[in-house]
Design a protein around this ligand. Structure first.
Ligand code: AHR
Length: 501
């Protein structure tokens, strides 16, 4: 017997404008993300620069607005100069974060070219692990200064007359983590980030900066870290970062699907910490959140522990995502949208091969993992304004989160396109859920699409042999009649219901 959940969707229940950068992603020099992922000279689809056009085509389907680069942990030991200038002269380095060999065939300029081809922007991270303000100011001079100085003229000599004009920059990566090369205390990092930010903005005052928050809410210094770092950097940065990865390690689906309550709590906690610092500093400025690493990550942990070191582009962090992972990723996207007033940027970590929606075989095809679809749907339809959906839903019990609503739901309204989209996950394992929506405020709208992702096999994955095993289908039964929306959300399903005027 199906249960029923009731919702009210109203244009006045605004959460906030959605910054398109909420649907960003991430490419790190790690595993086969760059080499064998976006770059594979000799591949049948490779262009004149060696970039795989089959991968670029899939990225375009995702409409990724911004891609964080080059790390990640990698950036904390990276010398950006290794990756510019003639490729023949570039060093092969021991890469200590992931214990590989970095050949530096791809660096800043090539990545910038690739981003243009993929219709995306670059979010660049600077190394605050082994390096500091001096190298960061040199890098931004190299990238963003027009000409007439040492580093801008070096870029021109390297074949790039026009500056790259990279707007969004991360001040290091996970600097609280002992695994990070050059990790720091909050005071040490806060001072360094502040001085680096000042120097970078003196070179280019138009940039936006992200200070490192904690590398996860489970870190022992979580909260205190954000507070101290922001005390040092508040006037100089626009964002503080959040990172989180989940996994169904205990094979406990009810608990796994409830993890977004933790994500929501994490976001609210960081936002409160920002505002507490704002009050202490008597500032009028609001610091926003950049959730610049989020995803499911656990399937590949065992294989990675056995990987031999010092290989070029070994298959690290290659999670094969199941259908149930796609449900959680859908809920994580809903959580980001529910917090669109404060979370202005976010990066699905990562984009190709490494914990990624897109997989490739060396010399072979590229395919879409299960998580590709909810990410694509949110990126395409989740533009405009996020609306707070008032939900009355039956609940379910689970190990860590008490009673959790079976319905997870948010809506977006795109006033230009005159569309409303409802994103919903039915977490109910026992059966389908009847959705009844009060949409009287959207007179003149009709349901134009109801996409569903469902599967009999929770552990089903897409592979190169069976790339379309788990895909969404159109043809859900959503209808809007006399202001009431009625739809059936199948048992354990991801749903996208679009209404158009
Ligand atoms: O995305 C993989 C890794 O996870 C990143 O390099 C690091 O920042 C995080 O710990």
């Amino acid at each position: 017997m199906s249960q029923t959940a009731r919702v009210i969707v109203h244009p006045e229940f605004k959460i906030g404008d959605i910054d398109p950068r909420l649907f960003g992603s991430f490419i790190e020099h790690l595993g086969r993300a760059v080499y064998g992922g976006i770059y594979e000279p000799g591949h049948p689809s490779a262009d004149e620069q060696g970039f795989r056009t089959d991968v670029i085509d899939l990225i375009k389907e995702l409409k990724v607005p911004i891609v964080r680069y080059p790390g990640g942990n990698f950036v904390s030991g990276y010398n950006w100069e290794d990756g510019v200038g003639p490729v023949e002269g570039r060093p092969r380095r021991l890469e200590l974060a992931w214990r590989t060999i970095e050949p530096n065939y791809v660096g800043t300029n090539e990545f910038f070219d690739w981003a243009k081809k993929a219709d995306t922007e670059v979010m660049m991270a600077v190394n605050l692990g082994t390096r500091g303000a001096d190298d960061a100011r040199n890098l931004i001079e190299y990238c963003n200064h027009p000409s007439g100085s040492l580093y801008s003229d070096m870029r021109i000599k390297h074949g790039y007359r026009e500056p790259h004009k990279i707007k969004t920059w991360c001040l290091g990566n996970e600097m609280d983590g002992p695994w990070q090369i050059g990790s720091k205390t909050a005071d040490e990092y806060g001072r360094l980030a502040c001085e680096t930010a000042k120097a970078m903005k003196w070179v280019d005052p138009t940039i936006e900066l992200v200070a490192c928050g904690s590398s996860g809410s489970g870190m022992p210094t979580f909260g205190a870290w954000e507070s101290t770092v922001l005390e040092h950097t508040y006037d100089h940065v626009e964002f503080v970062s959040l990172h989180t990865y989940y996994g169904n390690r205990d094979n406990d689906l009810p608990n796994y699907l409830a993890r977004t309550l933790d994500m929501d709590h994490f976001i609210k906690s960081v936002a409160s910490t920002c505002d507490a610092v704002k009050a202490r500093l008597k500032s009028k400025k609001t610091v926003h959140l950049s959730f610049d690493e989020w995803n499911v990550w656990f399937h590949s942990n065992g294989a990675d522990a056995k990987m031999d070191p010092w290989q070029v582009a070994p298959p690290q962090l290659e999670d094969a995502y199941t259908f149930e992972d796609a449900l959680l990723v859908g809920s994580m996207l809903i959580t980001l949208l529910k917090n669109a007033d404060r979370v202005k940027m976010a990066c699905l970590a990562q984009l190709v091969n490494v914990i990624a929606p897109i997989m490739t075989a060396n010399g072979g095809p590229a395919w879409r993992q299960t998580i590709f679809y909810p990410y694509m749907h949110a990126s395409i339809y989740g533009r405009g304004t996020a609306l707070d959906v008032r939900i009355q839903s039956p609940g379910y019990d689970n190990k860590d989160f008490g009673e959790v609503p079976v319905l997870d739901c948010v809506a977006t309204v795109n006033e230009d396109a005159e569309t409303v989209t409802i994103f919903a996950v039915n977490r109910d394992q026992s059966g389908s859920l009847n959705l009844e929506g009060d949409l009287r405020a959207f007179a003149g709208y009709t349901v134009t699409q109801h996409l569903i992702m469902e599967s009999d096999d929770l552990k089903a994955v897409n592979t190169s042999e069976r790339p379309n095993r788990v895909i969404p289908h159109a043809g859900g039964n959503g209808i809007l009649c006399a202001g009431t929306l009625r739809a059936t959300l199948p048992k354990l399903s991801w749903n996208v219901i679009t209404l158009s005027r």
